[in-house]
Structures are given as C-alpha cells and as structure tokens.
Design a protein around this ligand. Structure first.
Ligand SMILES: Cc1cc2nc3c(=O)[nH]c(=O)nc-3n(C[C@H](O)[C@H](O)[C@H](O)COP(=O)(O)O)c2cc1C
Length: 357
C-alpha cells in the first residue's frame, strides 16, 4: 500500500484510493494523552459533505473510524483514521483508461504508472481529502486549546466576488451556509452561478479565503520551514488548487513600499500593525496579525460537455463525455479542506518551532 507523507513533528501518512475498500491516514506526533473530541471531527466532516444540488451526487456517510492510537478518547500513540468507501460505481470511469479526461490526472497517471486504473480518480480523487479533514479537526482541537483558531469561506465562485474585508467571526459563521459565502445575498448568487454551470453541463472554480488568529509574533520556522512555506505546501497539495497568495499577494507587485508596508504601533501595551497587507507573515514568521491567505481552485475538470481528447489504445484524436458523479464547483466543500490543511501545517509548526515544546 502506497503512503504519501508530510510533516516534521506532526507527520501525516495518507493512503487509499477513491474506489478502494477504504481511505485513511496515519497521524504521528500527537501529544500523548491529548483528548480527542469525536463530535468535533464529525462536525468538520459534515462541512466537507456535498450540499443540496451544488455538490456531487456521490453521497458517502464518511464515518470516521479511529482504528488505532486512541484509548478512552485520549491519544495513546500513532493514530490511524479510516473511512470506508461504500458508494462506489466504477463503471462510469472505464472509458477514461482509454480516453483520459482533460484537466484530471488521468493522462499523466496512465502514462506514468503501468496498469493504472482511473476508477473514481483513484489516489487523485478529491475524496482523498476526507481523512485529511478528520486529521485537521484533531489539529484544530490542539490549536484551539492554545487560542489559535482557523476559519475559511468562499471568497469567489465563478464571477461572483465577495469584495468585503471579512472578520474572523463572519468567516466562521459562513460555515453554516450552502456555499460558505459570508452573507445571504452572496450565498444565493454563488449558488445560482454553480447551478447555472451545472445545467450547462459545465463547472466553475473560485477562491477560498482563510484566516488563522491567535498566532504570537515570531510563530513559525524560517527558510524552507517557514510558516507561509508550510501552509502553501499543504494548500498546493489539495487537488484542483492552482494559486495561493498571502495578504495582498500578487497585488503587492503594483504597490509602493510606502503603501504596502504594514507599519507598527503600540496599542494597549501590545505591538500591533496598522494594516495587514502581508497576510500576517514576515520573514516566514507570524508578525502577530491574523494569518490571511487565499486559495484559487480551478473549475472541476469532469464536465458533461463533450471535450476533445486522445484515444490511447488507437493513438488518434477522440472525444470524451463524462457521465460520472461530480461536483460542479469544488469551492464550497474545499473550504473545510483548506481549514483542515492549514490546521495541520500550523500544528506542525507549533510542535517543531515554538520554544515551549
Ligand atoms: C473536495 C474536492 C472535490 C473534488 N471533486 C471533484 C469531482 O467531483 N470531479 C473532478 O473531476 N474533480 C474533482 N476534484 C478535483 C480533482 O481531484 C483534481 O482536479 C485532479 O486530481 C487533478 O489534480 P489538479 O487539479 O491538482 O491538477 C475535487 C477536488 C477536491 C479538493
């Protein structure tokens, strides 16, 4: 069984495939005796679940089994999280072994790995993020005890853009909405954009905004282990992510230093910045401001409109029509994944580089 691993002191090992018996992950490095709130894990899983008409019709219960390493609700060693794949239908994928789907991993994987079977997207499926959300929920519990909280929301879906500077509380409240937009009017417009694309046999992309609060000044590693490096690595590991920016990100390129620098002041005896253009990170460490970043997701590659592809058996041009069960937009579900992956990165940074460890 292949295991894909990441992390320094908190090590995550991801395994399984979309249509295997199960998927899951190992978590090494959780503090022994740490209490695990199973309801908190279930709540996080619920936020990743597809909603109404705007998510994939593949419905999975996603019951998280803490198979090893947890005794009486407390961490007793390496934790093994397993989630069964119950709702599998590989028939819709057979053809993609011959006519790979544009935008998905089919073509490179079929060329690279002998005997590769596309079924459900295999290890490239968005479903692989389910155990990561469970692991992230545990990391969020660890961080919450230290006053560090993380929330993500839909900042943009298709051409519907939330232009407001959102507070942490607004982002957190957006979790209960269908698209995770931060208010009702945007939620409705984002949902409409997704449904319209879906009705056209098409898909849309968008941007997830994320904020972590409670990081003290100096939090994080430096250079290759920097806070932003570590968060960006986890973000780019999420399938369909094509861009990550911290603070004003690419917008900084057209600013002057006098506009972009976050100047400092002392307020109530504490050092604070007067703006947050850098997204809370300087020199790879927290500058004490909220860590804010945006993650761009491409439109879901599997669309039902006919598309040009190649026929690998006959080595000729061909077309492909996709009939499987797919999300017309990944963004609303992906916000839960962004939160989880950020939590894993930040917990690893905490265990690895904070002096009280
Ligand atoms: C939560 C989530 C759900 C996804 N659902 C789908 C889906 O239903 N159909 C699909 O084609 N891709 C889906 N994807 C995206 C693909 O897994 C991804 O585009 C593919 O593995 C190729 O990788 P890349 O886009 O990072 O290059 C999903 C991704 C995530 C994070």
């Amino acid at each position: 069984m292949e295991i894909y691993s990441v992390g320094n002191k908190l090590r995550i090992g991801l395994f399984g495939k979309s249509h295997a018996e199960s998927i899951g992950c190992y978590i090494d490095g959780l503090p022994l005796g740490m209490e695990i709130d199973a309801d908190g894990i279930a709540r996080a899983m619920d936020l990743r679940r597809p909603k109404g008409g705007i998510g994939t019709p593949r419905r999975e219960k996603d019951e998280v089994i803490l198979e090893e390493g947890v005794i009486d609700g407390k961490v007793a060693g390496r934790v093994l999280i397993r989630i069964m794949n119950r709702n599998k239908d590989s028939s819709a994928y057979d053809g993609f072994n011959v006519t790979p789907r544009p935008g998905h991993a089919d073509l490179p994987a079929l060329i690279k790995f002998e005997g590769f079977e596309v079924a459900g997207g295999a290890q490239f499926s968005g479903r692989m993020t389910a155990p990561l959300v469970a692991a992230g929920a545990i990391a969020q519990q660890y961080l919450a005890a230290k006053g560090i909280r993380i929330a993500a929301y839909s900042k943009q879906i298709a051409d519907v853009i939330d232009t407001e500077e959102r507070t942490f509380e607004e982002m957190e409240a957006s979790r209960s909405r269908k698209t995770r937009a931060a208010d009702d009017a945007l939620d409705a417009r984002m949902e409409e954009a997704i449904l319209k694309a879906s009705a056209d046999g098409d898909s849309v992309g968008g941007i997830v905004g994320c904020m972590a609060i409670g990081l003290p000044i100096g939090f994080g590693g430096i250079w290759f282990d920097a806070l932003d490096v570590s968060v960006a690595r986890m973000m780019f590991s999420i399938p369909a992510v094509k861009g990550v920016e911290f603070g004003k990100g690419f917008g900084l390129a057209s600013m002057r230093g006098s506009e972009s620098n976050d100047q400092y002041a002392v307020k109530d005896g504490r050092i604070s910045a007067l703006s947050n253009n850098m997204g809370g990170v300087c020199g790879g460490m927290s500058d004490g401001m909220p860590l804010t970043f945006s993650v761009a997701f491409k439109p879901t590659p599997s669309i039902s409109k006919p598309q040009r592809t190649v026929n690998l058996r006959e080595m000729r041009d061909d077309t492909v029509e996709i009939k499987g069960r797919h999300d017309p937009c990944i963004v609303p579900r992906a916000a839960a994944v962004v939160e989880a992956m950020a939590a894993i990165a930040i917990m690893d940074q905490d265990l690895s580089f904070q002096s009280d460890q």
